[in-house]
Design a protein around this ligand. Structure first.
Ligand code: URA
Length: 245
């Protein structure tokens, strides 16, 4: 999938006018793409196309794609009215207005993507396109095989039944009566992993997202980040839209 977006959306994003008003501006013949007047509303433009409104080039941000190893006690938001550290503040030195793709809980650590590309974010978050997400959950208690099977077949939550998941025990500690379970899910519902364990009678004490689609944290430590390569971005979009692992 290419990173093309509708002209009126690009204009709105650049702050020219609302999407509706941008459509009017296009129809009035005031917009040029690569030097040619465009009046067609469906026109799509990519990051390298030059868009001018009244002969003034519009400011377009470079698309950015960041993988952050989200540390504990950070909020997956651009700002927080309670003054808590945000994931955006973890990513220093990026000028563009990036925001998290989805959310990890305040106390959850692990792989979180940030971007300023609305299309990328939309595709990854869309219920139809969800890529598998692998979580490592520390559990109070040791689930039985039968309970894990319930998790894998799907449990009923407020939003509906979770789709088939994979659950396996990585380690157990009988003295402390605790275990570590790897759970792979496809949706991205709020607190989903915690609620799935709750549904089979267990509490999650720690949670980390280890993988998102084919991406893993690699050598990153908590609080560290890196930019995705163009190849990774394309592969992630392809994986999301094909629905394959
Ligand atoms: N599921 C949760 O319960 N919390 C997260 O942060 C992510 C998935």
């Amino acid at each position: 999938m290419s990173h093309q977006e509708r002209l009126q959306k690009v204009m709105a994003h650049a702050g020219v006018a609302s999407r509706r008003h941008s459509e009017k501006i296009i129809q009035e013949g005031r917009v040029k793409v690569n030097g040619q007047v465009v009046t067609e509303l469906g026109t799509r433009v990519g990051p390298n196309d030059l868009v001018e409104v009244d002969d003034v080039p519009i400011y377009r941000e470079e698309p950015r794609y960041i993988m952050l190893y989200k540390p504990r006690n950070t909020i997956s938001a651009v700002s927080d009215d309670r003054g808590r550290d945000t994931v955006v503040e973890c990513v220093k030195g990026i000028e563009e207005r990036i925001y998290p793709v989805g959310r990890l809980d305040f106390d959850t650590t692990g792989l979180l993507l940030l971007t300023n590309d609305g299309n990328f974010s939309h595709v990854l978050m869309h219920p139809r396109y969800q890529v598998p997400k692998v979580y490592i959950a520390s559990i109070d208690g040791i689930p039985t095989q039968g309970e894990l099977t319930r998790l894998s077949r799907g449990v009923q939550l407020e939003e509906g039944k979770t789709s088939p998941a994979q659950a396996r025990i990585l380690s157990t500690n009988r003295q402390k009566n605790s275990s570590v379970v790897q759970l792979t899910i496809h949706e991205g519902w709020n607190h989903q992993v915690k609620r799935m364990f709750e549904a089979i009678g267990y509490k999650v004490s720690r949670l980390k997202r280890e993988r998102l689609g084919f991406l893993d944290l690699g050598r990153l430590n908590p609080g560290q980040w890196r930019e995705l390569t163009a190849f990774e971005v394309d592969k992630l979009l392809a994986q999301a839209t094909s629905g394959k692992d």
